[in-house]
Design a protein. Structure first.
Lengths: 493, 95
């Protein structure tokens, strides 16, 4: 029998159904792989006892004929999701040893459907970062390396632990969140599939908040089909999140084999950036050809406000973050550093508990919301956001079903390589993904090939609101044409 | 627009984050780099454009004004760095 950790989620589901192996065996195989992969630092907390107890429950339900749609499937959970009784930190020192007395809606639904929790995954502190280097637990190492090199690379961020764990076969799928590209960029850097669904598709309840009008949960998985299977369980209306959409959850997996015949796929001309690497341009072209060969019509579209998405994002997201992170005050949970009075206690606690990137964003957010600057920055950015969304609405109104773009402007870069760069340079990683959050649209990143260094590159498909199904259909066409990504050899084990 | 050292200290205080003298010039440089980057939004013609308030057109759901949860103060204070009799403890704020 091949190693159980090599299976896709869909393959493992079949194996469990056919009783070729038990949920306990499948879970043990992943726990063993996790133990050998500590060098990657993908998990910040392993929960083997809980995993084995959940797997035993799954085996009992399978035997009783009561299996749920994800019965016995071992998953990793980004440390941004509150898990009842299991330490949840958002990878920030300020949450210290927080043990939530409740479970996030998304993870609750995964366990409801029979999935098994292996542990909590590393991420950029409060999901603020594009390389997983801002985590209080230290950086995650990408399981991919350049051909003939042992230089450590970043897995992308903020869901770097999720992406690395899936690529390194340390789980069959993982939860992730995406505020400006935090699912799609790490998926592209690790040769995995990641989908950020439409804003409102998944409940945000119990997910540590970063920027509430942009945050969305979604899965990272090995294949398009696996991501469709996971999203179905994660999605759905939740009365506890007033922004969650009261819409039925489609059978996303059924859409995977739908094909793209007769669909119109838009190529946004504004995404052709100056200085874009030729390899990215060529891959994008190839993606369009694949979709065309599968029966889609390729048309050029214009999204004229694209270049303003990133600067508008770096006003809106920090503004919301500065407000959301006001709750970390050393009173109700987490770290407390004593002071001579309450204000000094707040200031010392927050100075000690937040990392540099988080402090920077809180301060930018505080500034743009402060008296006298609100109109010039925040209000203007929200107006620009309306224009960005209008661009997409016009493209879709012209008959385009989905938009094809690169997922990232480069492949994975080295750990520490951008340490001396200005924060803005790191922000440029999100240039192709951030528009999608600003407009609340769904976007999927699918591995589409390797660059000359042997590193994975991804393509991104952007859909109409609540039309994730077309993304799964078109994503599968790309996966079929590119061939399922062969994940890297386990050099770390 | 750019910020001076005094403004950096003011923002830090508004954000309730203690900053050392050594940190201020560095923060000032970083904040100014970000502010310079967002400056380009000034080019966009936003005349007559409504600011976005909701990314998807939806009416916010309301529920009956009734108590649906609660009654477990010990769980609420369980993670507090300091608590007594199910109350959060803070330094004295009223003289």
């Amino acid at each position: 029998m091949t190693d159980l950790t090599d299976l896709s989620l869909a393959e493992a589901r079949e194996g469990l159904k056919g009783r070729r192996f038990s949920a306990t065996e499948l879970t043990r195989a992943h726990l063993a792989a996790m133990e050998k992969a500590e060098a990657l630092n993908a998990y910040v907390l392993a929960t083997p006892d809980k995993a084995l107890a959940m797997a035993a429950e799954s085996d009992r339900r399978i035997a009783a004929g009561e299996a749920g749609p994800l019965e016995g499937i071992p998953l990793g959970v980004k440390d941004l999701f509150a898990t009842e009784g299991v330490r949840t930190t958002a990878c920030s020192a300020i949450l210290d040893n927080f043990h939530p007395p409740y479970e996030s809606t998304v993870t609750h639904q995964l366990w409801r459907d029979g999935a098994v929790m292996l542990g909590k995954l590393n991420n950029d502190e409060f999901a603020m970062g594009s390389s997983n280097e801002t985590s209080a637990f230290g950086p995650v190492v990408n399981p991919w390396r350049r051909k003939g090199s042992n230089v450590k690379l970043v897995p992308g961020g903020s869901s770097g632990g999720s992406a690395a764990a899936v690529a390194a076969r340390l789980c069959l799928g993982a939860t992730a969140t995406d505020t400006g590209g935090s699912i799609r960029q790490p998926a592209a850097f690790t040769g995995t599939v990641g989908i950020k669904p439409t804003y409102g598709r998944c409940s945000r309840w119990g997910i540590v908040a970063f920027a509430s009008s942009l945050d969305q949960a979604g899965p990272i998985a090995k294949t398009v089909r696996d991501s469709a299977i996971l999203l179905r369980s994660m999605a759905g209306h939740d009365p506890k999140d007033t922004t969650s959409a009261d819409l039925p959850v489609p059978d996303f997996e059924a859409a995977v084999t739908r094909g793209v015949k007769g669909l119109r796929i838009g190529i946004p001309k504004e995404y052709r950036l100056d200085g874009m690497p030729a390899e990215i341009e060529a891959l994008w072209q190839k993606g369009a050809e694949w979709l065309k060969a599968a029966g889609a019509e390729i048309v050029e579209v214009s999204l004229p406000h694209t270049r303003y998405a990133l600067p508008a994002y770096y006003i809106v997201a920090p503004a919301e973050a500065s407000s959301n992170l006001a709750r970390y005050d050393g009173v109700r949970y987490g770290l407390r550093v004593p002071g001579k009075d309450i204000v000094e206690m707040y200031e010392k606690t927050r100075a000690a508990g937040f990392g540099r990137e988080v402090k920077r964003r809180i301060m930018i957010g505080t500034y743009v919301l402060s008296a006298g600057y609100y109109d010039a920055y925040y209000l203007r950015a929200q107006k620009v956001r309306t224009l960005i969304k209008r661009d997409f609405e016009q493209a879709y109104a012209s008959g385009v079903d989905a938009i094809l773009a690169p997922a990232t402007p480069s492949s994975a870069f080295g750990l520490g390589e951008k340490a001396d760069a200005s924060p803005v340079e790191m922000y440029l990683n999100d240039v192709f993904t951030v528009t999608v959050n600003m407009a609340g649209l769904p976007g999927i990143a699918v591995p589409a090939g390797l660059d000359a260094q042997g590193l994975p590159l991804g393509l991104q498909l952007i859909g109409r609101p609540f039309d994730e199904e077309t993304l799964f259909a078109a994503g599968q066409v790309i996966e079929d044409a590119a061939g399922r990504m062969a994940l890297p050899e386990a050099w770390w084990a | 627009m750019s910020v001076d050292e005094k403004t950096v200290r003011r923002i830090a205080h508004l954000a309730r984050i203690a900053v050392t003298d050594a940190e201020v010039p560095h923060l000032q440089g970083e904040l100014n780099a970000i502010l310079a980057f967002v400056e380009q939004l000034g080019e966009v013609d936003v005349e007559g454009v409504e600011p976005m308030t909701s990314v998807t057109p939806m009416v916010m759901k309301k529920r009956a004004d009734a108590v649906t949860d609660g009654g477990y103060p010990e769980k609420i204070v369980a993670n507090a760095p300091m608590s007594e009799d199910n109350f959060f403890m803070v330094p004295k704020v009223v003289e």
